[in-house]
Design a protein around this ligand. Sequence first.
Ligand SMILES: Nc1nc2c(ncn2[C@@H]2O[C@H](COP(=O)(O)OP(=O)(O)OP(=O)(O)O)[C@@H](O)[C@H]2O)c(=O)[nH]1
Length: 292
Amino acid sequence: MVVIQWFPGHMSKARRQVQENLKHVDIVMELVDARLPLSSRNPMLDKIIGNKPRLVIINKKDLADDLEIQKWVHYFESQGILAVKINAKEQQTVKKLTKAAREVLAEKLERASERGIQNKAIRTMIIGIPNVGKSTLMNRLAGKKIAITGNRPGVTRGQQWLKTNEALEILDTPGILWPKFEDQMIGLKLALTGAIKDDLIPKDEISIFALDFFKENYPSELKARYKLSDHEMSLSAVDLIVLLTKKYGFRDDYDRFYELLIKDIRDGKLGLYTLDRVSDLTAVDEVSDGND
Ligand SMILES: Nc1nc2c(ncn2[C@@H]2O[C@H](COP(=O)(O)OP(=O)(O)OP(=O)(O)O)[C@@H](O)[C@H]2O)c(=O)[nH]1
């Protein structure tokens, strides 16, 4: 496994910007990937947002295993966090998120109306790791295409509010926090879904992980896609790679098979899947904090 760098300088800048913006919002929308509801979170977020109301949005549900996502919704619920699953490209997302944000803020909104304060629009900001769908969601919520720059280094400008057609306003600058992948398993999962750059983790390691994972969790999809016999299914991941590279006529060009396998999985050719499993939580548990 290669050593992956964690950029503390960028991270603390991102953190400062998120904290600054936090003052202006009623609720934070934390966007995670439905294939990685835990690994696509930044563990520092808890500390950054403190007790600010939060909604977890499990995005890309159309690519993930619904049964597993449901377990994650319950998991978040057990942590006192409301989580909703969405496909950021869908129209009904606007209604769904407005309703969920209202639910999280119900008590606060009730108190305001008791005091005769008119229900103002709920102000929110979207936070998530790169590629999790922040821009797609913001475009959907705003109902139009907008240029979103995020908190990348060097980008500073005044905030603007994007109005949805519902009672929700979104800060036009999403918070981008990097995933934390010092943990090998998290790195492999992020790499397999394409959440991190392709050259960060060797493709052979990603492929071995992927074959082992699908053999254990989605064997029939793997068997069907590569037309494997029962005997072939019992081979080790490395032996399967050798076999399939030959089967595809790639001779001993294993890289070609790695690319094919990874692309197949990203394109959903092995079906809908979720790499983080609630059942593994005792081992993973809450990813430890302490990075700054
Ligand atoms: N299938 C599917 N694809 C999605 C969904 N949401 C976003 N995407 C795709 O995911 C990719 C990344 O989406 P973006 O909206 O650019 O993600 P981002 O978080 O803004 O990414 P950065 O700008 O890198 O921070 C794009 O190819 C989107 O089309 C979804 O719900 N389902």
